[in-house]
Design a protein around this ligand. Structure first.
Ligand SMILES: [Zn+2]
Length: 349
């Protein structure tokens, strides 16, 4: 941090960079942390930031009649001692003062500041912590959910629940994150989060099981569906390449897709390489029901390699499969958005 680099060599503090931003000569109150770091602050800022500090600083007014000990007023300033350590208190003050905002490398540090903000009635500080929480949401969605739930940051809690879908239930730790215990989150909330994950998974997987929608996407519609020689017949000549390829050397999937279109009911057989993609996408969605799970080179490449063996499929496979994977991903995310996330019950304060 640049604060420490610009600090005078004559400063005596063991934590000089803490004091640099909070060491004004005309300060009118000192706050001392649990590890004896002193912050020279302005009462008016503390009072604006926290009703608790407003009351505390009022109660430490020097009376002028000598009834306060000299130790309580070093440099003639009243002192408030807090139970937070200097690091937490410095970050708390950074969220109240017009100075550089805090950066948190560890979620525990952010959680400590939020706990302190709640304790001192600093509701705006809790809201200002949203961005800091969001920076951990991808790695720690459950812990972020618990913190956001506890401090009533509903939008962050919902984003954390959505982000949780990107993590497999199989990779969950054996016990729930400690925050659910010590932040007094209702006991069924952790279970409800997992139920939400499973509901989204059911919807996501359904898009790879019932595949009729693939034939009705705009621009890839089946031209006609009719009966030909007593059999259902679909004109897919302008559809996706895995449907329209007529090469006899291009292997078709024997399982096929059940189609009901007008009077036509039957099984339609796309090319094997595309069904391979669908099966791999399904496996991914069974773990992580998020759209991004079915996109990207790692998902597409094995099927594109197989498609390259067909002179008809090869040139068109990349564009069609890219477009299709985007459509499938959007469908997955849209269906998850329809699933209700967790209801934000009251948490005892
Ligand atoms: Zn082909």
């Amino acid at each position: 941090m640049s604060d420490s680099e610009t600090l005078s060599d004559t400063t005596q503090s063991a934590h000089p960079d803490f004091l640099h931003s909070f060491n004004d000569a005309d300060a009118d109150i000192i706050v001392r942390s649990s590890d004896d770091i002193e912050f020279r602050l302005y009462k008016v800022v503390l009072a604006k930031a926290s009703p608790i500090f407003k009351a505390l600083s009022a109660s430490t007014q020097q009376t002028g009649d000598g009834d306060q000990s000299a130790a309580a007023f070093p440099e003639g300033l009243p002192v408030i001692t807090v139970s937070e350590d200097g690091q937490i208190f410095e970050n708390l003050m950074r969220l109240c003062y017009p100075v550089e905002q805090p950066h948190f490398d560890r979620l525990d540090d952010a959680a400590g500041v939020m706990e302190a903000a709640k304790k001192y009635g600093m509701t705006p500080v809790l809201v200002r912590m949203k961005d800091s929480l969001m920076s951990f949401i991808e790695r720690e969605p459950l812990r972020i959910f618990a913190l956001a739930y506890r401090w009533r940051l509903e939008d962050v809690a919902r984003k954390a629940a959505t982000q949780f879908l990107g993590h497999s239930l199989r990779s969950l730790p054996p016990s729930m994150p400690a925050e659910f215990h010590h932040l007094l989150i209702p006991s069924d909330t952790y279970y409800n989060l997992q139920a939400y994950h499973r509901r989204c998974m059911d919807f996501a997987v359904s898009h790879t099981v019932s595949l009729e929608w693939v034939l009705s996407v705009r621009g890839h519609k089946v031209k006609k569906a009719f009966r030909k020689g007593g059999k259902p017949w679909l004109d897919v000549s302008s559809s996706w390449i895995w449907f329209s390829c007529k090469s006899r050397d291009c292997e078709v999937d024997r399982t096929g897709i059940a189609i009901t279109m007008g009077e036509c009911k039957g099984t339609f057989r796309p090319k094997v390489w595309w069904m391979d993609y669908i099966r791999r996408a399904r496996q991914e969605l069974e773990n992580r029901p998020v759209g991004r799970a079915v996109k990207g080179p790692a998902m597409l490449e094995p099927s594109l390699r197989k498609a390259g063996n067909c002179l008809t499929c090869g040139p068109a496979a990349y564009q069609d499969l890219m477009e299709f994977s985007e459509l499938l991903a959007a469908r997955v995310d849209e269906s998850s958005a329809q699933v209700n996330t967790i209801r934000m019950n009251d948490v005892p304060v």
